[in-house]
Design a protein around this ligand. Sequence first.
Ligand code: SAH
Length: 219
Amino acid sequence: MNQRIQGIGMTSRRTRERMVARIREQGVRNELVLDTMLETPRHIFVEEAFASRAYDDTPLPIGFNQTISQPYIVARMTELLLEHGSPQKVLEVGTGSGYQTAVLAQLVKLVYSVERIYPLQQRARRCLQDLHLRNVRMKHTDGTWGWEEYGPFDGIIVTAAPEEPPKALLEQLKPGGVLVLPVGDARAQVLQRITRSENDYEVETLEPVIFVPLLDGVA
Ligand code: SAH
């Protein structure tokens, strides 16, 4: 691994160990998720100027008015997605920096990730290439509509908040599949996990969260 990816000082493995210890204290228990976050260089997914803060427990700007999600939230959503069974094919709506994508790509067989802001998608693509993660397919599109061509999915994770769970995403879940997403308006959002059974959906409402809104169309 080259030094940029390996990290040094505030971007070193030592710093990642502290990040993972904090996430564990916050209640995340899935060791596979924690190990993956220990191995994934989060600093390459943030702008150079913020690299030294990449492992703080906070969202950070990634340009275009968007943010890379807080490490705890990435861990929590991934844990919720993986909790029952081992999803093979996962759709991510809102690639953003690509960090959540990279974590997922190491835990499931195939990741489909869609993003509405083209330059962000391009940057994420380069980061995933730098990490030699080849099991990710990306598309520049409005993810409110999912990615029907490759559905249905075992799991769907949405990293921007709609006011209601998008119907197309519910439809693109396999029976037994789970949708993990923030739901709400700019003032109040909650994390939900929606599990599809043969002919129904079970909704679990979890903790309060803060995400950027899920927007229509592409940019
Ligand atoms: N998981 C990302 C989160 C980025 S923020 C990370 O940690 O970096 C949420 C992202 O969702 C933004 O990049 C935003 O552009 C994108 N987004 C918002 N609405 C969208 C939509 N309808 N379709 C696809 N992407 C969307």
